[in-house]
Design a protein around this ligand. Sequence first.
Ligand code: H2U
Ligand code: ZN
Length: 341
Amino acid sequence: MDSHNFPHRRYNPLTGDWVLVSPHRTQRPWQGAKEAVTETRAPYDPNCYLCPGNIRANGEINPMYQGVYVFTNDYPALLPEGPEVVDEDVLYRSHSVSGTSRVMCYSPGHDLTLTDLSVRDIGEVIRVWREQTEELNTTYASVQIFENKGSVMGCSNPHPHGQIWASCQVPSLVSTEIRMQTEFLTKNCLRLLEVTAKREVEDQSRVVCQNEDWVWLIPYWAVWPFEILLLPRFEARRLSDLNQDQTENLAKVLKEGLTAYDLLFDTSFPYSMGWHQCPSGLSAKEEEAFTLHAHFYPPLLRSATIKKFMVGYEMLGESQRDLTPELAAERLRRAMDSGQS
Ligand code: H2U
Ligand code: ZN
């Protein structure tokens, strides 16, 4: 069967979910009309609560920071301490959670995005990700680094920033990935994401860009049209494991991959991205099975304004896509080439 032309389901070994792929529907003409959505912003906005020297919503004043700036979220989703709650009712279960939430400004420049930063400045962002992971891991098992970019993803402020939420309890999606990676290692004597990186680099059809340490690819089981899985090509469990060369190469692949995103629809590409790092306190087998990686989930489908909706069948049955991951990767590679010529 030519899977590029017929409906089929693909398995996501990281979650255990299936995705319905309906490539025949893309026979409809591709309307990749480039409706550029350009928004001009000044390098400083007196009303922005993240710009250097400005007052935040709780009255605190940001320092005149020059590089990356991290502060505790003024409206944190997690608190370090609280009353002990355990409810083990047969139906209604709950337990306490403890943690902290931080906001991380990537740059003082209000008009920039992570993509716009130089490779050197992206390297600074990674260095702070590494430091934060190391520090927070001494108190909290799980360190979740993420970024919501663009108002379409619910981002409240265009100033380039991400967030860090750390907790003693491991969040559900990370727990699932731990279980799936451990089961894969037990069954196949292979690390799931290590073998994924190797096979994808050999095959190339879903790879958008790569260097000696990293590969930026659309996973075989991608749900979002231009979803990315960023994988190391060396053994790593946490950002704090990265050495200087691996950090520099990560900055390079981020610059390249994110630039391809922006070129695709001639817009500052929105997404939700985040790192999955190995929590502390796992068993030796779970720790061995885990590979550090990042997911990028962008909502756009056909242009800067036409997004993919996860509704209907997706909400009630399972995720579905028309554009194959292979075609999506080819479009991103082409966008990248157009930027180089
Ligand atoms: P988004 O990246 O999703 O827009 O979130 C920005 C965060 O910044 C949000 O969690 C915090 C909000 O609580 N924030 C502050 O900590 N201080 C402020 O003055 C405003 C927003
Ligand atoms: Zn700002």
